[in-house]
Ligand binder design. Sequence first.
Ligand code: FCB
Length: 448
Amino acid sequence: MAKKIHSSGFGKDFIWGVSTAAFQIEGAHDKHGKGPSIWDIFSSKKGNIRGNETAKTSCDFYHRYKEDIDLMKSLNIPNFRFSISWSRILPTGTGKINPEGIAFYNRVIDYCLELGITPWATLYHWDLPHALELKGGWTNREVLQWLEEYTKICAQSFGDRVKYWMVLNEPMVFTGGGYFLGVHAPGKKRLRNFLPAVHHAQLAQGRIGRLLRKIVPNSKVGTTFSCSYIVPKNNSQRNLRAAKRVDALLNRLFIEPVLGLGYPTKDLPILRRLKPYILPGDMEESAFQFDFIGIQNYTREVIQHNYFVPYIKAKIIEAPKRNVRTTLMDWEVYPPSIYEMIRKYDAYSNMPNIVITENGAAFHDTFTKGKIKDKNRKQYLKDHLEQVLKAKNEGLNVHGYFVWTLTDNFEWAEGYHPSFGLVHVDFKTQKRTVKKSGKWYRGFLKVT
Ligand code: FCB
């Protein structure tokens, strides 16, 4: 008989939730004074998004937040991680505040609290106000002041009710995708954009963390990192070294400065080129004791040395070429990855509490007699939770888990094709249907 897994096995203090992001769910892209973000601009340009889809309406959370928070409640989900859209609060990034933006998040927060759901707010989940990108965006060091202004407004407006705050969502992904590869907004490329963006995003973590702690009484302040378990193709010295470089880039670049260890330059020499952007005192300021660190894991990557890839001289061997099980994102389904990542981060001596702030899977969903029997998603979640439990039982420092995500939504450059939700959305009618995985999560969370 298959093993049963239930939330009670993780202890009564373990934190459970779902994660979302403003741009992916809200829609209402120009309603009630909202200004454009870099993702509004990027996704409106032909060729940037699969099928040229946009998030102008998406799942219309802006108007349907009550229905979706009701759904959360019905699924026994006690914590809701969402992000605040900067250009809904400050339409041009700085200066004039949009009161309707503040009012919207007040409604969301108040409704969560009314239903007994704890709000967890991310300040920056990739949607920089377009007006700030025109001034260089993350490549401009002034981004730190812009972010401070925005943070003060959010912390002062919502901090009486929101106690859990996250500064950034996955800085590696938004600097790598948006300022080096050009596959995410704002679509910039080249090392000369990437490096300053990295340093400024890195500095933002501690600086904004301190500010939140100062303004919000009894706050729990964190920030979130993407991570993938990195394995070499084989044990040849070249592949081992290549894997080490990729690990430094994907898994260590943003967290080690926070832990006071500086950049992992020894294992990734190209990072020496960050030097011109580092001002006196920066690395001291980077070290900050967060209350928790959010780690977001979906898969592992297999790495091979490759002389032709600039700077890193390494290549990811894509999962579809490895003859392994994959999701609709072409990511390998490899549950031990999440355990390995918890173990890796736990091993740092001054690591704050770890919370898994995202994990989940995109699979093709089909209706059979009005129901979605997404066995594969349910299995994915169960298998990953078993790995989290294994880590917890071994005494590793893991304290919570959030599923990505509540409803199907706009998956960045991939558009609506990969659906990650526990709840299906018919984007023509906005009808929500709880999938089998959602019903399973409800049972898993049920307090008995
Ligand atoms: C993460 C993002 C999140 C979502 C998932 C699938 O990298 O933080 O917004 O797109 O991937």
